[in-house]
Design a protein around this ligand. Structure first.
Ligand SMILES: [Zn+2]
Ligand SMILES: [Zn+2]
Length: 383
């Protein structure tokens, strides 16, 4: 649907974005670059929404409804290990999740929509801070849906291992909701030979480590999926000292918001018990906002599948949902929508998401753009 010249332009945009990746909440250059490309396409936009977020609009004929299409903007703290001529020029920062490709796809979708004849508006949502800090929530809190009313929203993520351009639209759950915690045990500390004179933060940490493993095994319905992972456990510095502090951090994942809240309650209960067992004080902090699970709504899921067919793309699947997270789910707590996996092809070993040899597959730009544009057009036509 896009002429060769447009695709060439989009590939150059994608590779530019790849060379200048920025971490979550620091996407200033990226936002400026996207703003310049939107201006080049003649699209009106507002910048600075929820941090470095932008919303642009492709206007159709008057009198129709509005729908949203979303792409994420941020990169990761990873040192790129590809030999690509357009490899990252920012040390230790890399577009290793393909958000460079997602932004490019959204520009491509806008170009297709500009050629079309439709009633209504399509809002293009460029969202910062997907990997960390909850950028979707930041945009919502900044009044995005009040300023750009939209009835539905569609998004996608490239998916290594699925053939390039093939589309998978899950029935319901797509990605897990996530919550992160930081837990501290504290005590007076002291000589290793006088444990009776102090609490032991390391021992409380140990009790917590083993105790929290029972949260999923013993308190979540076995037919549900959930994960509790303790990712770091720091404390102590010498063999003959009981330290004053131990700190543990971890992640909770589930496909239902209630299950996440339940796991949070379990973390709190087990932390309290572990502190008591080894005579420690404790403090616990969760990330400010839960990242909601991504669960496709039935009507929009069907719209996206029809869109894939209408765009002449291969529909793959069924596929199991991913325990990875995407805060696109936070938009879905407000309005219905759907989120597809877009094949990134098989690029060899160590080229999965968040790996230093990963690269977004430019062959997926055209299919991704067509999928999003068609989804918007079908959704608008259904009014
Ligand atoms: Zn990622
Ligand atoms: Zn991602």
């Amino acid at each position: 649907m896009l002429p060769e010249s447009a695709l060439d332009w989009l590939v150059s945009v994608r590779r530019h974005l790849h060379q200048y990746p920025e971490l979550s909440r620091a996407e200033a250059m990226t936002a400026d670059y996207i703003a310049a490309r939107l201006a080049e396409l003649g699209l009106p936009f507002e910048a600075g929404i929820g941090g470095h977020g932008l919303v642009a609009t492709v206007r159709g004929r008057q009198g129709g409804p509005a729908v949203g299409l979303r792409a994420d903007m941020d990169a990761l703290a990873i040192s790129e290990r590809t030999d690509l001529p357009y490899a990252s020029r920012h040390p230790d920062v890399m577009h290793a999740c393909g958000h460079d490709g997602h932004m490019t796809i959204l520009l491509g979708a806008a170009m297709i929509l500009q050629q079309g004849d439709f009633a209504g508006d399509v809002h293009l949502v460029f969202q910062p801070a997907e990997e960390r800090y909850g950028g979707a929530r930041m945009m919502l809190d900044d009044g995005m849906l009040q300023r750009f009313a939209m009835r539905q929203i569609f998004g996608l993520h490239n998916w290594p291992g699925v053939p390039a351009g093939t589309v998978v639209v899950h029935d319901g759950p797509v990605m897990a909701g996530t919550s992160e915690f930081t837990l501290r045990f504290t005590a007076a500390g002291g000589h290793a030979s006088t444990p009776h004179l102090t609490g032991d933060p390391l021992l409380s940490g140990g009790y917590f480590m083993t105790g929290i493993q029972q949260a999923v095994a013993r308190s979540v319905d076995p037919l549900e999926s959930a994960v509790v992972t303790v990712g770091s456990f720091r404390g102590g510095f010498a063999q003959n000292i009981i330290p004053q502090e131990a700190e543990l951090t971890g992640t909770l994942r589930a496909f239902r918001g209630e299950t996440l809240l339940h796991l949070r309650a379990r973390v709190e209960a087990v932390a309290q018990a572990a502190a008591a067992m080894a005579g420690c004080d404790w403090s616990l902090a969760f990330d400010a906002a839960l990242c909601s699970p991504v669960v496709n709504t039935p009507h929009e899921r069907d719209t996206m599948r029809q869109a894939a067919k209408a765009a002449g793309l291969t529909l793959g699947g069924p596929m199991a949902p991913s325990m990875g997270g995407d805060d696109f789910g936070d938009f879905l707590t407000q309005i219905p929508g759907a989120y597809a996996f877009l094949g990134n092809g098989d690029q060899g070993p160590e080229t999965g998401l968040h790996q230093p040899k990963y690269d977004f597959n430019d062959a997926a730009i055209g299919p991704g753009a067509a999928l999003l544009a068609q989804s918007a057009l079908l959704a608008l036509a259904q009014s």
